[in-house]
Ligand binder design. Structure first.
Ligand code: GLY
Length: 349
């Protein structure tokens, strides 16, 4: 079992290991403020993990109530959030209690946001059950729901009380979903750590505990320097500007992690084309993504991607900030005028 301390919010540990669901009561009891916890899950994680988590918490004297919503990003809405808040109220949750998010990014984002706004903020715990949420979304305090106008448009920064990552839950993931997480882990290597990148370049490692741990450390370090996403934290968007356009053009038929893999390869190609790269980055990035069974191109015309990028509601005026790798283990923010985007996309695809 590995523990990584994150000195944000009240300060919290990310605990990563095997068989942790069954130990949740013992591990979480010391950090939970009271004796009532609302476990929030979707229909999938309810079937797979709710009973053992509940049994462990109850065994440690923590009373639980449970709320399950239908799985999928299409349910990360104000409607589901409202129902969840009412559930908290009906069950008499107070600031002396806690919410526990049991699931992937959708569950974590929505539960975290509900915890941020219910009674102006109650404590919450992340129990990520996908590799993607373990290496990224469960750490750093970003919480949100989607609006009809775009993803994550209503949200808050709210750091968890603890993150409990049981790597055994990944064994239940379809291969495609596991690969989604690997794309984000490889991205972290490209951004910050050459030897971590090398360790992920031969395919999915047998033991994912060290993979999660290193990504969490790397993310923690950047979030510590820019908790509220006013500068450097945007580096974590490597591959995402292109990925969001790919997801939109493909009507979300390509999963997020797969789109991030393609987007990161595109960023590497753009970096070489723009002369930002100080060493070859395209070949190693492409090879690492391929070794993890991830796609490296989307076969979309530059024009369609441009249109999708220009429609992005989060775009800041006439500029888009790309994240470009300078070398493996180092990247920089690179603002470009929208007028230059077509040429960059043509070079990157
Ligand atoms: N997932 C990107 C961030 O936490 O900033």
């Amino acid at each position: 079992m590995l523990k990584i301390h994150v000195p944000l919010g009240g300060g919290y540990d990310v605990i990563i290991g095997h068989g942790l669901t069954e130990q949740a009561g013992r591990l979480l009891k010391p950090v939970l403020p009271g004796s009532l916890a609302a476990i929030v899950c979707d229909d999938t994680t309810r079937e797979l993990f709710l009973e053992p988590l509940k049994a462990s918490l109850n065994g440690a004297g923590i009373r639980t109530v449970e709320y399950a919503f239908p799985h999928g990003e299409q349910h990360k809405t104000l409607g589901t959030l409202g129902r969840l808040l009412s559930f908290f109220a009906r069950n008499g949750l107070t600031r002396a209690d806690a919410a526990i998010a049991l699931g992937g990014g959708v569950t974590g984002d929505m539960t975290g946001f509900a915890a941020a706004v219910y009674q102006r903020g109650i404590p919450f715990v992340q129990v990520p059950t996908t590799l993607l949420s373990a290496v990224d979304a469960s750490v750093g305090g970003k919480t949100a729901v989607d609006l009809p106008e775009g993803k994550n448009l209503a949200g808050a920064f709210h750091q968890p009380l603890a993150v409990l990552c049981d790597a055994d839950t990944f064994a239940t993931l379809p291969p495609e979903t596991l690969r989604d997480g690997m794309a984000e882990a490889v991205k972290m290597g490209v951004l910050f750590d050459r030897s971590y990148f090398a360790s992920l370049s031969n395919g999915i490692p047998e033991d994912l505990v060290p993979v999660v741990a290193r990504s969490v450390e790397l993310k923690r370090d950047v979030v510590l320097r820019d908790e509220f996403d006013r500068g450097e934290r945007a580096l974590l968007n490597l591959g995402h500007t292109f990925a969001h356009a790919i997801e939109k053009c493909m009507d979300f038929q390509m999963t997020h992690g797969h789109a991030v893999a393609v987007g990161t390869v595109m960023a590497a190609r753009a970096s070489e084309a723009l002369g930002v790269a100080e060493e070859p980055v395209l070949d190693p990035v492409r090879a690492a993504m391929e070794a993890n069974g991830l796609p490296v191109k989307a076969d979309l015309p530059a024009d369609r991607m441009l249109e999708a990028m220009l429609r992005d509601k989060k775009r800041a005026g006439a500029q888009i900030t790309l994240v470009l790798p300078e070398r493996i283990g180092k990247a920089r923010l690179h603002p470009v005028g929208v007028g230059d985007l077509r040429g960059i996309l043509e070079a990157a695809t």
